[in-house]
Design a protein around this ligand. Structure first.
Ligand SMILES: [Zn+2]
Length: 195
């Protein structure tokens, strides 16, 4: 969203050697619940991951990327494993939609139970109010979302910001990023019939 984009633009810089610490740089400390190829996922332990998965249409991304469900040792994958694979699948599909092949990316996703806890985190980080349902902050290499409000449209929109923020040496303007993220969101919502 615009506010997060402004922040992205202002603090534009590459963050290296940051690792897991960054997900805990401010506000709540949540445990690492899953590790994927592109995202380490931290979440409030109370969050129902299966419900989250259905709201981001995980089966659609599984099908597209042929990423599962793969049985390991005769066991069906856990919801946490499915979540990390789904995020990887969404990331690859967003890259494909933007025509950007950025496969070296690795960042964090931090999942809050609701908008209130997300805005508390935002306040701890930036000392200002926050009324949106998600944001991406380039300096911590972290995407922050509210589980209660998460939709496939939100996640693809924010991942588009992540991809653009990491791909371009000179970042596109906030306005251009918003247009492109909006296009990615429209594309997937149309595919999934959630417009
Ligand atoms: Zn946006």
């Amino acid at each position: 969203m615009k506010q997060a984009l402004l922040i992205t633009a202002i603090v534009w810089m590459w963050v290296t050697g940051c690792g897991h610490f960054c997900a805990h740089a401010a506000g709540n400390v949540y445990p690492l619940v899953a590790e994927g190829e592109f995202f380490d996922i931290y979440a409030d332990p109370r969050i129902d991951i299966e419900s989250l998965l259905s709201r981001v249409n995980f089966d659609y991304f599984y099908q597209l990327e042929m990423i599962g469900p793969v049985k390991e040792g005769g066991q069906a994958p856990s919801p946490r494993q499915v979540l990390s694979k789904t995020l990887d699948g969404i990331y690859l599909e967003v890259c494909d939609t933007l025509g950007i092949g950025l496969y070296s990316f690795h960042g964090n996703l931090k999942i809050f139970p609701d908008q209130q806890s997300l805005s508390d985190e935002y306040r701890a980080m930036f000392q200002s109010d926050f009324t949106e349902r998600s944001f991406y902050f380039h300096e911590t290499n972290t995407l922050y979302v509210s589980a209660a409000d998460l939709t496939v449209g939100i996640i693809v929109h924010e991942i588009a910001h992540v991809v653009m923020s990491h791909y371009f040496v000179v970042p596109p303007s906030a306005k251009l990023q918003e247009i492109l993220s909006g296009y990615v969101e429209y594309h997937f919502r149309k595919q999934l019939g959630t417009l």
